[in-house]
Design a protein around this ligand. Structure first.
Ligand SMILES: Cc1cc2nc3c(=O)[nH]c(=O)nc-3n(C[C@H](O)[C@H](O)[C@H](O)COP(=O)(O)OP(=O)(O)OC[C@H]3O[C@@H](n4cnc5c(N)ncnc54)[C@H](O)[C@@H]3O)c2cc1C
Ligand code: FES
Length: 277
């Protein structure tokens, strides 16, 4: 088997760039020869731009989609701003996929509850679309998606969410933090969707991703529904450099988020002070 150099970015073509919101763009990426990236939901890649730098970005497409993969990038700094200036036909460097993704086998036979806040939806979308595939959907029981953003202007994946909403085998609930003109749906932070949700708490796995401030409140709300720490999976973000467990940038005590995560059960990280804000 060919051994890849984990430090060597591979030149990959942007085949589609789509503006999703004022700050987020979707990038569809093709490796040379349309080779599959071979990722698992929950993993990330290091995206580099020559002369600018590198940033870890989650894979937001299902591994079942072949030939290309997708990422959603929020424009927050050097690399991400430069990425936002690119268009279809331009090239980026890709290293990866890296990290441990979601443990699929632990979901089989369970109700799976997604709690996605804002930019937390893209990494979960990779898992959601995998589980919605005909080969995987029968392996789980309920599939519940809770999605929240600050305002309707920040919603991602409009058409796709409509499709989730119309499926009988998906329970989809959406909220925005504050009232907004033209919005007649639920208002309140994402955890306000939980009290009215009937859950079989002993047989549910919650999968949580969102801004750092959300985690603590989501965990409290899930505990109040009867879920144990082992039943809560979180996808964490940390400052990273190498992405492969060598430089220590992402270290929290004895854990390297890039290599041991970014997906962790809450039981694994609850005693690490800095893991959750
Ligand atoms: C596993 C993982 C997955 C991720 N997935 C995604 C994803 O799917 N999509 C996504 O958009 N992001 C994702 N991120 C986050 C992304 O990697 C970071 O936002 C990254 O830092 C962006 O790189 P940058 O060079 O654009 O930003 P940087 O230039 O490094 O800036 C990062 C932050 O620092 C602040 N900053 C920059 N310069 C200054 C300054 N001079 N003074 C004060 N503050 C400053 C910026 O405002 C910003 O908040 C992920 C991170 C991890 C670890
Ligand atoms: S980013 Fe280098 S050890 Fe994790």
């Amino acid at each position: 088997m060919e051994m890849r150099n984990i430090y060597l970015p591979e030149r990959a073509e942007l085949v589609r760039v789509e503006k999703l919101t004022e700050t987020e763009r979707l990038f569809e990426v093709m490796l040379p020869g349309r080779r599959d990236l071979g990722h698992q939901p929950g993993q990330f890649v290091q995206v580099s731009l020559y002369g600018i730098g590198e940033a870890p970005i989650s894979l937001c497409s299902s591994p079942l989609a072949q030939g290309t993969f997708q990422m959603v990038v929020r424009n927050v700094g050097n690399v991400t701003a430069a990425l936002h200036r690119l268009k279809a036909g331009d090239y980026v460097g890709i290293r990866g996929p890296f990290g441990k993704g979601f443990p699929l086998e632990e979901l089989w036979g369970k109700d799976v509850l997604f709690v996605a806040g804002g930019i937390g939806l893209p990494p979960l979308r990779s898992l959601i679309n995998t589980l919605l595939d005909g080969a995987y959907r029968p392996k789980i029981r309920r599939l519940i998606i809770l999605y929240g953003t600050r305002s309707p202007a920040e919603f991602l994946f409009g058409e796709e969410r409509k499709a989730w909403e119309s499926r009988k085998d998906v329970e989809y609930h959406v909220t925005v933090d504050r009232p907004a003109v033209g919005w007649d749906g639920h208002v309140g932070v994402i955890t306000t969707l939980l009290p009215d949700l009937a859950l079989d708490f002993s047989n549910t796995v919650a999968v949580v991703c969102g801004p750092p401030v959300m985690f603590k409140f989501a965990i409290l709300a899930l505990h109040s529904k009867g879920l144990r720490d082992e039943q809560i999976l979180l996808s964490l973000e940390r400052k990273m450099k190498c992405g492969v467990g060598k430089c220590g940038h992402c270290q929290i005590n004895n854990i390297y988020v890039c290599q041991d995560g970014p997906v962790f059960s809450y039981a694994r990280i609850r005693d690490l002070k800095e893991a959750i804000q």
